[in-house]
Design a protein around this ligand. Structure first.
Ligand SMILES: [Zn+2]
Length: 341
C-alpha cells in the first residue's frame, strides 16, 4: 500500500457533485499511465489505456473499471436567525451519527470554515440539526455562500496495526485501488477505461452516463464490501484481513455468475486473498444496464461500518484488491473469451 497516495485521496473533500479535489489527484496519476484522460459533462474522470496487443484485424474489447469518488455528505441550505447553519443531506448520512461531529464547510476560500453539528435527541431528524461555527449571523453570511459543500472533519489514519480508520472509505478505498492498479498494470490486450465516477451516493448517476458513452463489453465496479462488525452481522459474509470481496449479489445487481466464478479462479491462480460478498448496491447496476447490457460485478476491500464516520479497512485487503484489478486487466481478453458469452 502507498499510504501517502491513500491519505491524499481519502482526505480530499468530495461530496456528490463536487468531486473535483479527488478527480485532480486521480487525473495526475492517470496522466502518467493512460493514453488519454478526459472529463465528461457530469465530472466523471475517464482514463483510457489502449490495448497494446489486440489480435490482428479485430477490435479490442472495451473493459470498464469504475470507482466512485464521492462521499455522502451535506450542503449549506440556509443560515437561520441565530446564525446557525441548516444543512441538506447529499447522500446517505445518518442523523444519529452526524450529531456531535466536527465538520468543514468548503466555501471556495483557501481554508474551509470549521463547525460542529450540535447534538439534539436520538430521534432527531436531519432537518432539525444545526451547525454552530461560533461566528455571528452577520459575519457568517459574508463567509459562507448557500450551497457550500460540508464534509466531516476526520482524516484517514492508522487505527491499530494494519487497520485504518476514516470517514469515507466507502468509496475512497475503492478509488485508491483503481488509481493504484492503473499505476501498476502492464500492457493489456483490451482497451481499459478507468472511470473515477461521480454522484454514486445519490443514485449511480455518474457511472450511468459514463457507461452509456463507453458501452463496455465487461466491467467491474470497485466499492467497499460489507463486513461482520461489532453488532448484528446480518447476511454480511466478509471479514477484514481475509482478502478482497467479490460480489455475487447486492440489492441492485446480480453479479454475472460466470464472471464471479472466473474472478475466483483467477484469484486462486495468482494467490490473491479473496472472499465472497453480498453487497448493498454499487455503480455495477448502472453499468450492467447500459444500452446493450454489460457483463459486470463488483469487487472491493471489506469496509466495516460503511456510511458512518468511523469506517475501518485493512491494508492487506486494499493490496489484494489492487492485485485483483491488475491481473483482471492483464488477463481480461482470455477471461472474456472463456466466459463464452
Ligand atoms: Zn460506495
Amino acid at each position: 500500500m502507498n499510504p501517502k497516495l491513500f491519505q491524499s485521496i481519502c482526505n480530499a473533500p468530495g461530496i456528490p457533485g463536487f468531486e473535483d479535489a479527488v478527480q485532480e489527484i486521480a487525473a495526475e496519476i492517470f496522466e502518467t499511465c493512460c493514453d488519454t484522460v478526459t472529463r465528461d459533462p457530469l465530472g466523471n474522470l475517464i482514463g483510457l489505456k489502449k490495448a497494446k496487443a489486440a489480435s490482428k484485424g479485430t477490435q479490442a474489447l472495451k473493459v470498464m473499471l469504475a470507482a466512485h469518488a464521492d462521499e455522502p455528505a451535506m450542503m449549506v441550505a440556509r443560515i437561520d436567525g441565530k446564525g446557525m447553519i441548516k444543512f441538506r443531506l447529499v447522500g446517505g448520512v445518518n442523523p444519529v451519527m452526524a450529531q456531535s461531529q466536527r465538520v468543514l464547510i468548503h466555501t471556495g476560500a483557501k481554508k474551509p470554515i470549521r463547525g460542529c453539528i450540535v447534538p439534539k435527541d436520538a430521534d432527531t431528524k436531519i432537518d432539525d440539526l444545526r451547525i454552530d461555527t461560533g461566528f455571528s449571523k452577520e459575519k457568517l453570511e459574508t463567509l459562507v455562500p448557500l450551497g457550500s459543500p460540508i464534509t466531516i472533519d476526520e482524516d484517514a489514519s492508522v487505527l491499530n496495526g494494519k487497520m485504518w480508520v476514516g470517514r469515507n472509505f466507502d468509496n475512497r478505498v475503492g478509488n485508491y485501488c483503481l488509481v493504484e492498479a492503473m499505476r501498476q498494470v502492464g500492457d493489456t490486450h483490451v482497451d481499459v477505461y478507468a472511470v473515477s465516477s461521480v454522484q454514486e451516493e445519490v443514485g449511480l448517476r455518474g457511472a450511468r452516463a459514463a457507461a452509456g458513452r463507453i458501452l463496455p463489453d465487461m466491467a467491474l465496479a470497485i466499492d467497499g464490501s460489507m463486513t461482520k462488525g461489532a453488532y448484528d452481522d446480518g447476511d454480511n459474509l466478509c471479514e477484514p484481513g481475509k482478502g478482497t470481496g467479490i460480489y455475487m449479489i447486492d440489492n441492485l445487481t446480480i453479479g454475472h455468475p460466470k464472471l464471479v466464478k472466473s474472478l475466483f479462479a483467477m484469484c486462486k491462480k495468482y494467490k490473491i486473498p479473496h472472499q465472497l460478498n453480498i453487497g448493498g448496491g454499487t455503480d455495477a447496476a448502472a453499468i450492467q444496464q447500459c444500452p446493450g447490457g454489460c457483463i459486470v460485478t463488483t469487487v472491493g476491500a471489506p469496509v466495516r461500518y460503511m456510511h458512518s464516520t468511523v469506517q475501518l479497512c485493512h491494508a492487506d485487503d486494499i493490496d489484494a484488491t489492487v492485485a485483483l484489478l491488475v491481473k483482471f486487466m492483464e488477463n481480461a481478453h482470455e477471461l472474456y473469451a472463456n466466459l463464452g458469452c
